[in-house]
Design a protein around this ligand. Structure first.
Ligand code: HEM
Length: 292
């Protein structure tokens, strides 16, 4: 464990040192040309803050959190999406029709090569595909809270300092809320059906759910709403949610614009699910074929 931690620390320190060096070089060039040419990504923002009020250890911990929270989650969601598309070739066909409609046919010469920010909200079906993947395969399938005071939840008394696990997959497949809960159906996100915010929480749960609390009748969601907001006033949520959605659209949009993907029956049946930091597919063997 300590050896692994040392490796992670070394990697982070190298990333910080490299960026500090390139920032110093960019600042010198900017001073010469009297303009700020430094990039402003997340690491820059954290480094800017660290110049005034973050200790080196805090800086390193922040970067580890973002790398850890941001990498495995989106890569796992990409893998699960591709796996589901291989299981459902007709969904892949429909998705590629949408992508080609926006970016152009893969064989055409005036095809759009890069998905820009302004185009992201055109990918309605891809967004539904991603949502459906996150419903059935939430990478963070369990979130935890600690109860700071005694709390009566229906017939149960939750004692102070209890560790509480909230099982996302159970919520995402609860038949009270979902029709055909175990079926992969992206269209469910496009038919206008309203869902309760705590029925679907792949990025955890924010406070906007509070507004609906009083109209609820089903005890599970009712209790969960209170439990989460009680344990977590202010609503803890994934900081990278919007970024992750954009990243997934760009990654999957480009990939499926350029490649067809499929798995044989043997490949499909040899896939295994593994619980690590995230819930991820292993033994995933796919066949990619260029579309042009
Ligand atoms: C599909 C992708 C992702 C999923 C499903 C996901 C899900 C989650 C979940 C469930 C939490 C736990 C919140 C809680 O305990 O209530 C979380 C926390 C967090 N996520 Fe994400 N995440 C994703 C992508 C990202 C990305 C891309 C970033 C950064 C660029 C990111 C940054 C964070 C951070 C910093 C936290 C900790 C927030 C805190 O400590 O309060 N996540 N995420």
């Amino acid at each position: 464990m300590n050896a692994s931690l040392n490796n992670v620390n070394k990697l982070i320190n190298t990333i910080i040192a490299d960026r500090k060096q390139s920032r110093a070089a960019a600042a010198a060039t900017a001073a010469e040309s009297q303009g700020d040419k430094t990039s402003k990504d997340l690491l820059d923002i954290i480094l800017n803050a660290s110049e005034t009020d973050l200790s080196p250890q805090y800086l390193r911990d922040e970067i580890i959190t973002f790398m850890g929270a941001g990498h495995e989650t989106t890569s796992t969601t990409t893998m699960w999406t591709l796996y589901e598309l291989c299981r459902h070739p007709s969904i892949l066909v429909k998705l590629q029709q949408e992508i080609d409609g926006i970016l152009g046919n893969p064989t055409s010469t005036d095809r759009i090569e890069v998905i820009i920010y302004e185009n992201l909200n055109k990918f309605e079906y891809l967004t539904a595909v991603i949502k459906e993947t996150l419903r059935l395969h939430p990478p963070v399938s369990m979130i935890g809270r600690k109860n700071l005071e005694d709390y009566q939840l229906g017939e149960f008394m939750i004692r102070k300092n209890s560790l509480i696990g909230i099982n996302m997959l159970a919520l995402h497949t609860n038949p009270v809320y979902w029709k055909d809960p175990w079926e992969y159906k992206p269209d469910r996100w496009l038919d206008g059906t309203k869902i309760h915010p705590f029925q679907y929480i792949p990025f955890s749960a924010g406070t906007d759910a509070l507004t609906l609390t009083h109209s609820l009748t089903h005890s599970l969601t009712y209790s969960l709403t209170y439990l989460l907001t009680y344990l977590c006033p202010g609503g803890r949520n994934c900081l990278g949610q919007r970024f992750a959605n954009m990243e997934l659209i760009v990654m999957l949009g480009h990939l499926l614009s350029n490649f067809d993907v499929r798995m044989t029956a043997d490949q499909l049946s040899s896939m295994r699910e593994e619980e690590t930091v995230v819930t991820q597919p292993t033994n995933l063997d796919m066949i990619f074929t260029p579309r042009c």
